[in-house]
Design a protein around this ligand. Sequence first.
Ligand SMILES: Nc1ncnc2c1ncn2[C@@H]1O[C@H](COP(=O)(O)OP(=O)(O)O)[C@@H](O)[C@H]1O
Ligand SMILES: [Mg+2]
Length: 116
Amino acid sequence: MRYNRLVPAALEHLLDDLNPPQREAVTAGDGPLLVLAGAGSGKTRVIAYRIAHVLGARGVSPRNVLAVTFTNKAAEEMARRVESLLAPVGLRAPLIATFHSACVRVLRQHIQHLGW
Ligand SMILES: Nc1ncnc2c1ncn2[C@@H]1O[C@H](COP(=O)(O)OP(=O)(O)O)[C@@H](O)[C@H]1O
Ligand SMILES: [Mg+2]
């Protein structure tokens, strides 16, 4: 994958923090991707780095990225990790929330389209 010219210098070294399977998952192109690995093996790191890579290296807008988790604890952890990658280079983080929280947000914003 080639970095575009807008890539902040700090993100050029993003992939150095990953082992080869993690790097493969973080840089995989479009389409669905399933990561299956044991506890503590670095899955959450893959997701956080994939978000940073998609925003920083592929130039995707944070508006077009959504990260959903099951628990609040996982959402907080993910948001913290993504923020620590993006904040130093001045990139805005996408919405990272539990699926309950993400869905209620969509309902609140667009409830009128349900015709009630
Ligand atoms: N390639 C790596 N190099 C160094 N530390 C890593 C690497 N991958 C994961 N870690 C660290 O190992 C710990 C467990 O990783 P994590 O992504 O939380 O695993 P999982 O989500 O699979 O349980 C975390 O502290 C994480 O930062
Ligand atoms: Mg995890």
